[in-house]
Design a protein around this ligand. Structure first.
Ligand code: PLP
Length: 378
């Protein structure tokens, strides 16, 4: 059995070979600044341009709708603070990058309406549409998949129910891009946030899709002031190696999407069945396995506090998560589990196991064998 099993891919993913190989030249020999006028700029400039085209193709966008950022947090901040400064309609189970951006909007005098999520981890499109009717215009921000439950939301339906002449629609797709097919035209959103380290790319790089439809909106202002990078909207010398690595990682995932989904669904089904036989009292907070991200399992082991179980699994070389990784200092029940009204006796015992493309059947067996020992002991 392998002694090290990483099963926390919703927190971050390992860099894939395609990304590493694409990035390498831009750390040393191709170090030029893409904005320079001399020939050292040529390859980096072409690489940034090519990466933008690749990313756009992967999500059904135009290259001039892709704006590079430092990751999901920045993309969410940009979308909300720029287009939602007067009014935001969002949900109560968003990532803190969205929740705290909304608090910033309120501190600046804007209004925020938070729609409650259902017990099954789904947002009801009708409730989002109803909340927009209470205001004249603004931004709707609903995540495409939740980072603790993995539940995929019906954003297309939300988009179709909102008055698009008055409302701009943003989705935080950080957990989804590279894992499930994402087409911005089919979804109909105006803004979409993504982060490379969630799809086998490097950390500290992401993008915000901004549709042409809203690029002449009066609220579309520079997020970072400075030079002319990102068409003057997000200034700063481009992180060339990371941009190139992000594009290579996304292409690699999109090229293997169906086979990855099939493999991860198979591993997840096996893990779920085996866990049920080892621990018949387990409960799944969202209680259904369809409409969830591939390889994503949220599971409550009644009577086994999650944090203790996490550390015991870690001692056995198995990495999983209890609540969101960004929340490790916060020992309270996560806002997501509270949002779905999961009783605290289950919420305190909820682990997130997220499998990734490099996991194997042997990894699943290692997780099961460790759990069967620990659940008997704790
Ligand atoms: N949004 C969601 C749904 C996430 O899961 C995360 C990270 O966990 C973020 C935003 C923040 O992304 P980043 O780590 O790139 O800042």
């Amino acid at each position: 059995m392998r002694s090290h099993v990483y099963a926390d891919h919703a927190a971050t993913t390992p860099l894939c070979d395609a990304a590493w190989n694409a990035m390498a030249p831009f750390f040393r020999e191709e170090f030029g600044n893409p904005s320079s006028l001399h020939s050292w700029a040529k390859r980096p400039r072409e690489a940034v341009c090519g990466a933008r085209e690749t990313i756009a193709r992967c999500i059904g966008a135009q290259p001039d709708e892709i704006f590079f950022t430092s990751g999901g947090t920045e993309s969410d901040n940009w979308a909300i603070k720029t287009f939602g400064s007067r009014c935001v309609v969002t949900t109560n189970f968003e990532h803190h990058a969205v929740l705290n951006s909304c608090l910033a909007v309120e501190r600046m005098g804007g209004t925020v309406h938070r729609v409650s999520v259902r017990r099954n981890g789904m947002v009801w499109p009708g409730e989002v549409a109803a909340a927009t009717k209470r205001e004249c215009s603004g931004l709707v921000s609903v995540m495409l998949a939740n980072n603790e439950l993995g539940t995929l939301q019906d954003i297309k339906e939300i988009v179709s129910r909102v008055d698009r002449s008055a409302w701009i629609v943003h989705t935080d797709a950080v957990q989804v891009v590279g894992h499930v097919a994402v087409d911005v035209t089919q979804l109909g959103v105006d803004l979409l946030s993504a982060s490379a380290h969630k799809f086998n790319g490097p950390k500290g790089i992401g993008f915000l899709y901004i549709s042409k439809r809203i690029q002449d909106h009066p609220d579309f202002r520079p997020f970072l002031n400075g030079g002319q990078q990102e068409r003057g909207m997000r200034s700063g010398t481009e992180n060339v190696a990371s941009i190139v690595g992000m594009a290579a990682a996304l292409k690699w995932n999109c090229d293997h999407l169906n086979e990855n989904i099939e493999r991860l669904d198979g591993l997840k089904a096996q893990l779920v069945e085996d866990i049920k036989s080892v621990c018949p009292t387990v409960r799944f907070p969202v209680d259904w396995q369809e409409g969830q991200l591939p390889g994503f399992i949220s599971i409550s082991f009644l009577g086994h506090p999650a944090e203790g179980l996490l550390h015991l699994l870690d001692l056995k070389g198995i990495a999983v998560s209890a609540g969101a990784a960004c929340d490790t200092k916060n020992t309270q029940v996560s806002h997501v589990l509270q949002a779905i009204h999961l009783p605290s006796k289950y919420a305190n015992c909820t682990l997130r196991i997220t499998l990734g493309v490099e996991n194997t059947q042997q990894d699943v067996e290692s997780i099961i064998s460790a759990l069967s020992v620990l659940l008997r002991r704790t």
